[in-house]
Design a protein. Structure first.
Length: 142
């Protein structure tokens, strides 16, 4: 593998790590939000409870997940990360759109589960990339 391809794969690995961290933090944020909602303004963190912030964060996580997981699929042709991510992305998007009109519990459950699925998809994608290492067979598309 040439150095250009190595640096591109390294960038996608970093993107997966950022995506996994962002998705995991999103899940923690959404799981904890009902319990700490009243305390956030006291610490100057009231913006974390704002629906606009949450929507922007979810859109960022979705775009990053799709970009890095589709790139991973093109490299290793394994669909497991996408099978985890797609329902997770759907839950995230439903949580910040449709479920905003329902109870905070429903909203938090959808977004927490979605965030955990997307984080798991990033971790699986990293593992599959690591398993393949620098050995690419005829069935591996670069």
């Amino acid at each position: 593998m040439d150095s250009g391809r190595d640096s591109k794969n390294r960038w996608w690995g970093i993107a997966d790590r950022i995506g996994a961290t962002a998705s995991f933090l999103c899940a923690i944020h959404c799981a904890a939000l009902p319990f700490v909602l009243a305390l956030l303004p006291l610490f100057g963190l009231g913006f974390l409870a704002d629906h606009r912030f949450e929507r922007a964060f979810v859109v960022f996580a979705c775009v990053l997940a799709l970009a890095s997981l589709l790139s991973g699929y093109r490299r290793h042709r394994r669909a497991a990360p996408l099978r985890l991510a797609l329902p997770g992305l759907a839950l995230l998007l439903m949580g910040v759109t449709v479920a905003e009109n329902f109870s905070i519990g429903m909203h938090s459950t959808l977004v927490t589960c979605g965030g955990l699925l997307v984080a798991a998809a990033h971790f699986v994608n990293l593992r599959v990339d690591r398993e393949q290492g620098h050995v690419h067979g005829a069935d591996c598309v670069h």
